[in-house]
Structure formats: structure tokens, C-alpha cells
Design a protein around this ligand. Structure first.
Ligand SMILES: C[S@@+](CC[C@H](N)C(=O)[O-])C[C@H]1O[C@@H](n2cnc3c(N)ncnc32)[C@H](O)[C@@H]1O
Length: 205
């Protein structure tokens, strides 16, 4: 059972090409297992609208768009213009461009301008900013809506003080604080799932 191929989700040529590009250019993207998790979650939850913070080159967005189907709008926010342009190309290659509303800018500002409700939110922007995204996201998260935050265990460093590299201490502390807040938030029930780099799954009461 240690053979990776038995537990790796199936991906098509586009997703595999994006994984390769991201690895070559050190662009962090969700692990395929997290893509698969989002796919299962989307099938169960059937969100009407999805918000993503941190598009990068569109890998996770394509996983979600395909899982949700063409009737579901995805608003995805990316601060880096070049990455956003590349994501747009990739959406075209994946034939999902029609359903994705890509917004370029700082999610900390853009989220507060969004007026419609979202049923599923993927937080995958700057790891030190998750708490900045949380309160504005709660304003637009529908009751029963779900927040998935990626990388919350950060190579195991979040749960193990001894392993934290000095240069990452502030970011790791921010992730710990995010986990503490979502675990105790009056509007949320949360669970940490150790797949990929760790995700926090929270549901709005
Ligand atoms: C981990 S990558 C996203 C990966 C993508 N979700 C995937 O799995 O394919 C994080 C991205 O968030 C973007 N980002 C960082 N801070 C941001 C902010 N305040 N607003 C919007 N995007 C941001 C970065 O430029 C980077 O491309």
C-alpha cells in the first residue's frame, strides 16, 4: 500500500502539466489529494457560488470548476498580475473560463466589495493573512457555508514548535492563530484534516 499510484487521484494532461510548471517555478499549489478532497466536498455540498483567495496559475480553480460544473460561478482573487494572466490562459485550455470570474488585486480589499453570498470558500493566499480574510469572508458566507484553508499544518511546523524554521516563525504563528480562532469562533465549527499540507475545514452554523 506504499505505492503512491494507488493513492494519487487521477488527473488529466492539463492538471499534470500545471503541476509540472508549478514545481519548476516554485509556485505552491494545492496537493492533488486536496484537489480530490475539494471535488468530494463539492459533490456533497453542491455550492451555488465558490470564492477562492489565491488563484496562482489556476490549478485549484480548475479542480473546483470541473467538480462543480458549468452552472456554478467561481470568483477567484489573485494579487499577482502575471500569474492571473497565466491562470486565464489555463482556464481557456481547460474550457472553464466562462464560469470563472477572476479578480486581480489584494483579496483583503476585494472581499469586502463582494455583495453576493458564497457557499464554499478556499483560502489559499498568503499564509500569514488567513485571519485578515476570515472576518470579511464571514460577512458573505451563507449559513451552512464552508471554508477550506490550505497549508494550515505547514510541513508539520504548526503543531511542532521545535521544527519551526526561524524565517517562518511569524507565518507559522499566524497559522496557529488562525486555527485557534476558527476552533473557538462562535459562528464556526471546525476540524483539521491532515491531507496534503493540512487543511482546516470550517462550517458556518
Ligand atoms: C498558494 S498560491 C495559490 C495556489 C492555488 N490556489 C492553487 O492551488 O493552484 C498563493 C497565491 O496567493 C496570491 N496572494 C498572496 N496574497 C494575496 C492577496 N492578499 N490577495 C490575493 N492573492 C494573494 C499569491 O500571489 C499566490 O499566487
Amino acid at each position: 500500500m506504499n505505492d503512491d499510484s494507488t493513492i494519487q487521484p487521477e488527473r488529466d494532461a492539463l492538471l499534470l502539466a500545471l503541476e509540472k510548471k508549478a514545481a519548476e517555478r516554485y509556485i505552491p499549489i494545492i496537493k492533488p489529494q486536496v484537489g480530490q478532497f475539494l471535488q468530494v466536498l463539492i459533490k456533497i455540498k453542491k455550492p451555488g457560488r465558490i470564492l477562492e483567495v489565491g488563484t496562482a496559475i489556476g490549478y485549484s480553480t480548475i479542480w473546483m470548476a470541473r467538480s462543480a460544473g458549468p452552472a456554478v460561478e467561481i470568483v477567484s482573487i489573485e494579487i499577482n498580475e502575471e500569474r492571473a494572466a497565466e491562470a486565464r490562459e489555463n482556464f481557456r485550455s481547460g474550457r472553464v473560463e466562462e464560469q470563472i470570474n477572476l479578480k486581480i488585486g489584494d483579496a483583503r480589499e476585494i472581499i469586502s466589495f463582494l455583495r453576493r453570498k458564497f457557499d464554499l470558500v478556499l483560502l489559499d493566499g498568503a499564509k500569514g493573512q488567513y485571519l485578515d480574510y476570515l472576518e470579511p469572508v464571514l460577512e458573505i458566507l451563507s449559513p451552512g457555508g464552508v471554508i477550506v484553508a490550505d497549508n494550515v499544518l505547514y510541513h508539520g511546523e504548526v503543531l511542532d514548535q521545535q521544527r519551526v524554521k526561524h524565517k517562518r516563525r511569524t507565518m507559522v504563528n499566524h497559522l496557529r492563530e488562525y486555527l485557534r480562532v476558527v476552533a473557538n469562533h462562535p459562528l464556526l465549527e471546525s476540524s483539521i484534516i491532515p491531507i496534503g499540507d493540512g487543511i482546516a475545514l470550517s462550517v458556518r452554523r
